[in-house]
Ligand binder design. Structure first.
Ligand code: PLP
Length: 402
């Protein structure tokens, strides 16, 4: 046999394994100490009642022959695609149900979309980067370039016309930095994509956390995006579906390479490799867009954003520099005195019992930063914020800076 050598090029999942090892060591050494997990990527609030009710009703439909559902529409049930299109309309984006493909998660969509493009495509990724963008690109054998995020550019790298890319990954609001592109900035990316005949893969998984109408929620708010961009969104973080699994991809029919619509290729790909999303799950997802569902999921997003405010205020009151946490559930902090990410991680764990995420785990541009997630319970976040406020950062730097 011959193995797919691209898989061998991937590093082991060093970041999470290393965090777990250091947390274990801390626990063994301090069995009584409180541990406050602020690194988690997963939601903690239970599912909205409207979603649970809709899924229960759908499960009951399945037990009767006359309302049973077998294989469904591979693209997603029309009732859900229509509800998603209406949702876009609520912020003045016209997305047609025909262009929407329902699926079982943004992570699988990111991996699946690689099938659309030639292996030798050059990919431009932001750095720091959501690791799935990088790993799926490595698995697909891509040539990978990075656009550099820094404190100076607010972790919102902009296109450089001297650099050519075929595929551009953008994530806004961003994981891990919490940064959000403005419309003018996205317009520049759309213009770059057109000039380079490139395709933008726009990950809008945290769109529901945007708190200002001045910021774009979708790449399709930008003129010309429908002929150069694909958008991914997920119910995971907008409605707590991390354990339920449902997402969508918009491949506009206007998006073409030469005369070839990508839509047609994507439909062909999906109908071969995917067999549709669970009917029960799609009923639950559609309930997110009912007035009751909207109210309930908004309250959960609001809860996480109040958590983010608590973390952000605790850090800024202590003189720390942060980005994110305003329109995103992640607060991205610059480590004091030029500390490295892992040293700051060790200091926070040992002094406060706080397990954050070392920024360097998201790429070398994350070195010197740490990410705090706001997905914990209010109790955890309040305890963590109190500890961060009381922390002697000078002493932490003196002790843990190597
Ligand atoms: N995209 C981004 C930017 C994410 O942070 C995540 C999850 O953390 C995902 C996609 C994956 O979402 P899903 O649960 O739909 O697979």
């Amino acid at each position: 046999m011959q193995l797919n050598e691209n898989l061998l090029k991937l590093e082991q999942n060093y970041l999470f394994a290393e965090i777990a090892a250091r947390v274990r060591k801390f626990r063994d050494a301090n069995p009584e100490a409180e541990l406050l997990p602020l690194g988690i990527n997963d939601v903690t609030r239970p599912l909205a009642p409207a979603v649970c009710d809709a899924m229960s009703a759908a499960a009951q439909e399945m037990r009767r022959a006359e309302s049973f559902h077998g294989y469904g529409d591979v693209q997603g049930e029309l009732f859900l695609r229509r509800a998603i299109a209406d949702y876009y309309r609520s912020f003045n984006v016209s997305a047609e149900p025909e262009d929407i493909f329902v699926s079982d998660g943004a992570k699988s969509d990111l991996a699946s979309l690689c099938d659309l493009f030639a292996p030798e495509s050059t990919v431009l990724l932001p750095n720091p980067v959501y690791p799935v963008f990088y790993d799926t690109s490595v698995m697909a054998g891509r040539c990978i370039l990075f656009s550099v995020g820094t404190r100076e550019n607010g972790f919102l790298p902009m296109p450089d016309d001297r650099v050519h890319a075929d595929l551009i990954y953008l994530c806004s609001p961003n994981n891990p930095t919490g940064a959000v592109y403005s419309r003018a900035q996205l317009q520049a990316w759309v213009e770059y994509a057109h000039a380079h005949h490139a395709c933008i893969i726009y990950d809008a998984a945290y769109e529901a956390y945007i708190r200002s109408a001045a910021l774009p929620r979708s790449i399709f708010e930008i003129a010309g995006a429908e002929t150069c961009a694909i958008e991914i969104n997920s119910f995971s973080k907008m409605a707590g579906f991390t354990g339920v699994r449902c997402s969508w991809v918009i491949v506009p029919r206007a998006l073409k390479q030469g005369t070839q619509p990508l839509y047609r290729l994507w439909m062909r790909r999906q109908s071969t490799k995917y067999n549709g999303t669970s009917y029960i799950v799609q009923r639950g997802a559609a309930a997110v867009f009912t007035p009751e569902g909207r109210r309930q999921v908004r309250a959960d997003v609001q809860y996480y954003m109040e958590n983010a405010d608590l973390i952000r205020h605790a850090l800024t009151r202590s003189g720390m520099f942060t980005t994110g946490g305003v329109h995103a559930p992640y607060v991205w902090m610059e480590c004091p005195y030029g500390m490295r990410s892992w040293d700051c991680f060790d200091g926070l764990l040992t002094r406060c019992g706080i397990a954050a995420s070392p920024g360097v785990g998201f790429g070398e541009c994350g070195e010197g930063w740490v990410r705090f997630s706001s997905f914990g319970s209010r109790e955890t976040i309040t305890r963590a914020a109190a500890k961060l406020s009381a922390l002697d950062w000078d002493a932490l730097a003196l002790r843990y800076m190597r």
